[in-house]
Design a protein around this ligand. Structure first.
Ligand SMILES: NC(=O)c1ccc[n+]([C@@H]2O[C@H](COP(=O)([O-])OP(=O)(O)OC[C@H]3O[C@@H](n4cnc5c(N)ncnc54)[C@H](OP(=O)(O)O)[C@@H]3O)[C@@H](O)[C@H]2O)c1
Length: 257
């Protein structure tokens, strides 16, 4: 480890699962830095973090560009001496049929979900390797394991994370660096809320009705909550998870998707 107090980066850490993970790690006394594109907006950050702003620092990060990623990591390394934990939760989701599939939808999902994760890992790897300790956790999806019509780009980006993670695990193994992924089914986050709102507009159903439809998509009939993902992430980031690497952990509530 680089210091007594561990340092964590959580991409996408101002909403949904990333935010829940950032809060959970901060509760463990970890020094947490979150990065998203909107994190440069001070009012937005204040709104989101509230009292947690004393324990979680936010700065603008766009995982689509190497300059932004490298500068973000370099600033944290200069301040804290290293990075112990990286959680890649930044992601986007957009559906499109293969026929006439817009290039932009393909490129954005591959570039943010997969290449963005790669850029973050590349930036932190030298510091974790040097410290002889590191935890890398990628938020994949059940879409990494299963297909769904109109989801080629998203499924490809998430399946790619499993291949990337296996290689990172092997390269990090001798230096105490683990790499795992978490693959949830639908989780009740802002991302899901956008789909719920679209369904409300399209069908005229109430929020409760549409929410119930999504809950029914898993046999437990209960939407997974971001804090449930955060609990697993906190364990995977701990010393106790030393031998947990090259693996993907599904939080699927019994659902294939
Ligand atoms: N919700 C689900 O049902 C579900 C299920 C399985 C897997 N997942 C995956 O879990 C991860 C988290 O999803 P969520 O549901 O928590 O979504 P969310 O609430 O929409 O959060 C996604 C975050 O990613 C950030 N982001 C997007 N593009 C970025 C970029 N180029 N650079 C830096 N940050 C970027 C967003 O912030 P800015 O817009 O400010 O950049 C936002 O904070 C995603 O990878 C998603 O694919 C979600």
């Amino acid at each position: 480890m680089t210091s007594e107090r561990k340092t964590a980066i959580v991409t996408g850490g101002l909403s949904g699962m990333g935010l829940a993970i950032a809060r959970r790690l901060a509760k463990d006394g970890i020094n947490v830095f979150v990065g998203t594109r909107r994190a440069g907006d001070k009012a937005y950050v204040r709104d989101v973090l509230g009292a947690d702003a004393v324990r979680i620092q936010a700065a603008a990060l766009d995982v689509q560009t190497r300059d932004s990623v490298d500068a973000f990591v370099a600033r944290i390394v200069a301040e804290c001496g290293g990075v112990d934990i990286l959680v890649n939760a930044a992601g986007v989701y957009e559906e499109a049929a293969l026929i006439d599939h817009p290039d932009q939808i393909w490129e954005d999902q591959i570039d943010i979900n997969l290449s963005g994760t790669f850029r973050m890992i590349r930036a932190v790897m030298p510091h974790m390797t040097k410290a002889g300790w590191g935890r890398i956790i990628n938020i994949a999806s059940v879409a990494a394991h299963n297909g769904m019509a109109n989801n080629a780009a998203y499924c490809a980006s998430k399946a790619g994370l499993l291949g990337l993670g296996r290689c990172v695990s092997l390269e990090g193994a001798a230096n105490g660096v683990t790499c795992v992924s978490i693959s949830p089914t639908w989780v009740e986050t802002e991302m899901l809320r956008r789909f719920i709102d679209a369904d409300i507009n399209a069908t005229g159903q109430t929020l409760e009705q549409v929410r119930a439809e999504y809950a029914k998509s898993n046999p437990q009939n209960q939407l997974v909550q971001p804090v449930e993902v955060a609990e697993l992430a906190a364990f995977l980031a701990s010393d106790a998870a030393r031998a947990l690497t090259m693996a993907d952990y599904q939080i699927n509530a019994g659902s294939l998707w």
